[in-house]
Design a protein around this ligand. Structure first.
Ligand code: AR6
Length: 171
């Protein structure tokens, strides 16, 4: 059976029925604002300790940690691109962030995973463009790896973000 790709509005730190949530982190992996700040706050200080041992993460790469006080089992930290106008490799970097997060999840046998809208907050990637890449990359990965995932969920923080992803998924 194919993976269910779904959208929901909400706070990703509150998701209880997935094994892994993805964090939109920065290259240091040492915390920040936005969803990164919320994940570290909810997970507790042990998460930062584990992240400190990972020696950062390149843009487009992904690294897995435990989830500590979060209700899931793992956090997959990835780093999306900062938007500089679109001619600096941003689309490829964003695609890699989704693809490599799914690859790390798949390597750990994870079947249920939730993503935030990577790069569309502090990193200012235009929302509609980012949503198209996010959905396309997830669909392609699931098609290339049939049976790997049961659920890939986009957990979107506000109405505008939810609508952008819904529009792409229903197109
Ligand atoms: N649950 C789901 N989505 C959220 C949550 C949450 N709890 N909180 C925010 N969002 P951003 P970026 C949404 O800025 O653009 C950090 O400082 C938010 O509304 O978190 O990849 C890192 O350390 C937006 O739709 O991530 C980096 O320095 C989306 O998550 C930098 O921000 C992404 O916004 C990364 O920037």
């Amino acid at each position: 059976m194919g993976a269910l790709i779904e959208t929901v509005m909400g706070d990703i730190t509150k998701v209880t029925d997935v094994e892994a949530i993805v964090n939109a982190a920065n290259n240091s992996l040492l915390g920040g604002g936005g969803v990164d700040g919320a994940i570290h706050h909810a997970a507790g200080p042990e998460l930062l300790k584990e992240c400190a041992g990972l020696h950062g993460c390149k843009t487009g790469q992904a690294k897995l940690t435990g989830a500590y006080r979060l209700p899931c089992k793992y956090v997959i930290h990835t780093v999306g691109p900062i938007w500089h106008g679109g001619d600096s490799g941003e689309p490829e970097d964003l695609r890699n962030a989704y693809h490599n997060s799914l690859q790390v999840a798949s390597d750990h046998g994870i079947r249920r995973i939730a993503f935030p809208s990577i790069s569309t907050g502090v990193y200012h990637y235009p929302l509609e463009k980012a949503a198209r890449i996010a959905v396309k990359t997830v669909k392609e990965f699931c098609e290339a790896n049939p049976g790997q995932f049961d659920v890939v969920r986009f957990v979107l923080f506000n109405e505008r973000t939810l609508k952008a992803y819904e529009d792409v998924l229903s197109a």
